[in-house]
Design a protein around this ligand. Structure first.
Ligand SMILES: Cc1cc2nc3c(=O)[nH]c(=O)nc-3n(C[C@H](O)[C@H](O)[C@H](O)COP(=O)(O)O)c2cc1C
Length: 170
């Protein structure tokens, strides 16, 4: 099976989102990258953050993996700030070292949200789907998950398992 990676975008490494990430990793065998443990500065038009963790991290991702699953908590109806900054920084590779940026073409992307509520927000998925399209990536869809009192409900576990077999691995 082609190697994939899960990019975890929570502001706490051992919170609700990490529980969902663990289940996804167990179901796919994919590696995990925790953005909370990386030093990634905001996008800068003069590329003043080029010496932080992003450049090497991105090069590793596009070189080693065929699928990227973005897993983010819902913060203010949107993806987390950590994850949004990751997407902003992809712009570095549309300007500097374009050869690495082009490596995203053909890589698969899926997105997963987590919150404490089954309720999902219309429009949440749009930035993932449109970014995949813009970057020439193959978009595999979105799953919303929720955690109740530190536990992942059975229904969510079942949804994760189906998402892996019917969308990510399809
Ligand atoms: C800054 C912040 C903003 C949030 N905004 C929302 C929101 O708009 N909608 C929602 O359903 N939950 C919202 N939540 C709740 C989180 O989505 C929920 O607690 C999630 O499980 C947290 O995951 P984590 O432990 O990985 O951070 C918010 C939480 C935080 C900290």
């Amino acid at each position: 099976m082609a190697k994939g990676v899960i990019i975890q975008g929570s502001s706490r490494s051992e919170g609700d989102t990490s529980k969902v990430v663990s289940l996804l990793s167990a179901g796919t065998g994919y590696d995990i990258i925790d953005l909370n443990k990386k030093n990634i500065g905001h996008f800068d038009y003069d590329f003043n953050n080029r010496d932080d963790d992003f450049i090497n991290l991105f090069k590793t991702i596009v070189t080693e993996y065929k699928t990227i699953v973005f897993v983010t908590p819902i913060y203010w109806y949107s993806m987390s700030g950590l994850m949004k900054v990751f997407f902003d920084r992809i712009s570095d590779f549309l300007n500097l070292e374009k050869d690495y940026g082009r490596k995203l073409r053909g890589i698969k992307m899926a997105s997963v949200s987590s919150s404490n509520d089954e309720r999902f927000y219309e429009g949440f998925e749009m930035p993932f789907e449109n970014s995949a399209d813009y970057l020439g990536m193959e978009y595999k869809g979105h799953l919303h998950t929720w955690v109740k009192g530190n536990n992942v409900p059975e229904k969510v576990k079942k949804n994760i398992s189906e998402f892996v077999t019917k969308q990510i691995n399809k």
